[in-house]
Design a protein around this ligand. Structure first.
Ligand code: UT7
Length: 323
């Protein structure tokens, strides 16, 4: 097979919604600040007894239903996440069992907010070399579990959710190209500074587990880097920005999304935006946005989609897709 093709999409959001007004009650922030600086109005938050795997399971079921495939039809599962249920087994392994898939390869990929695009890139290659016919690719996060709810600089930004696609080998395009990158030089600008091997700070709240971000510096690098990856992706396909029908960006900040939309000279209505309702769901944000625009009929078969993301690492990536 020369290409892999998206044959079904699905997504899931936890029931609980936290609005900006809710946040105003326990942290020194305002609805106006959050909307003006980020575009976010609300976010979904996993319940105490809900895990990333639960969200991923629901999104996967919906994607498989849309693709009209049975568990036995899937022969690879890759899950992009920064917030796995447990350290091991991988959340993908747990899902293999829960979804009743055959004993296929199952792996988690941690590339922070770029996790879904990394997962999609790997699955696309597996299909193109002929080692898999169909793959289930998921981005799922309970990223609010890593948030310090007293830190107004980060707690207003994040939300939980999951999105999934089923891709299948095809002689027709399909995923035209994927591009993934990392640069660990600025690791300190976005991430956690504790972990299993680095150790935890027992004396601190939540043992020191919380997202640390120098937002302003991340913002500037994100805008520059996403602009570069747009060029890289179009050049690799010999395409012009006018060939792109839809931008499906990572949903971190409406101002970053608008900058990339402008770079592509796309009108606002050709840019899929969910950040206002979902916040930043890390690896889940791109497949969530894709599923929303497929299900509400905006995205039509044959159209060209540019998917892109930027996140902790730094990592960044893109995919150009003929849907
Ligand atoms: O998904 C992975 C990639 N992540 C990103 O791409 C995130 C990139 N960064 C951003 O989106 C933005 O930098 C933020 C939304 C995080 C912050 O927006 P900003 O315009 O860069 O604000 P800032 O950090 O420069 O802060 C401006 C002011 C500060 O006050 P002073 O020093 O000017 O008095 C902050 O203390 O806003 C204050 N501030 C807040 N005020 C009310 C920061 N957070 C809040 C808040 N509510 N939640």
């Amino acid at each position: 097979m020369k290409y892999s093709k998206i044959i079904g999409t699905g997504s899931y959001l936890p029931e609980k919604i936290l609005t900006n007004a809710d946040l105003e009650k326990f942290v020194d922030t305002s609805d106006q600040w959050i909307r003006e600086r980020t575009g976010i109005r609300q976010r979904h938050v996993t319940a105490d007894d809900e895990t990333t795997g639960d969200l991923a399971y629901q999104a996967a079921l919906r994607a498989m239903e849309a693709a009209e495939v049975e568990p036995g039809d899937i022969d690879l599962i890759i899950l992009g996440t920064t917030t796995p249920d447990v350290i091991f087994p991988s959340t993908a392994s747990l899902l293999q069992n829960r979804l009743g898939l055959p004993h296929v390869g199952a792996m988690d990929v941690n590339a922070a907010c770029t996790g879904f695009l990394y997962a999609l890139s790997i699955a696309d290659k597996w299909i193109r070399v002929g080692d898999a016919r169909r793959a289930l690719v998921i981005g799922a996060e309970s990223i609010t579990r890593l948030v310090d709810w007293d830190d107004r600089q980060t707690c207003v930004l994040f939300g939980d959710g999951a999105g999934a696609v089923v891709i299948e080998g095809s002689d027709e395009p399909g995923i035209l190209s994927t591009h993934i990158h990392a640069n660990g030089e600025h690791a300190g600008l976005l991430g956690t500074d504790v972990g299993v091997s680095a150790g935890f700070r027992q004396e601190e709240k939540n043992c020191g587990i919380s997202i640390q971000m120098k937002g302003n510096e991340v913002f500037k690098v994100a805008v520059r880097t996403l602009s570069r990856i747009v060029d890289e992706t179009l050049e690799a396909n010999g395409m012009d920005r006018s060939d792109v029908d839809w931008l499906i960006p990572h949903q971190a900040n409406l101002r970053i999304i608008s900058a990339t939309g402008k770079k592509l000279a796309l009108p606002d209505e050709r840019v899929v935006v969910t950040v206002d309702r979902h916040g930043n769901t890390s690896a889940a944000s791109v497949p969530l946005a894709l599923d929303e625009a497929v299900r509400d009929g905006r995205i039509q078969r044959g159209e060209v989609l540019l998917l892109e993301a930027f996140g902790g690492g730094f990592t960044w990536g893109s995919a150009l897709v003929r849907y």
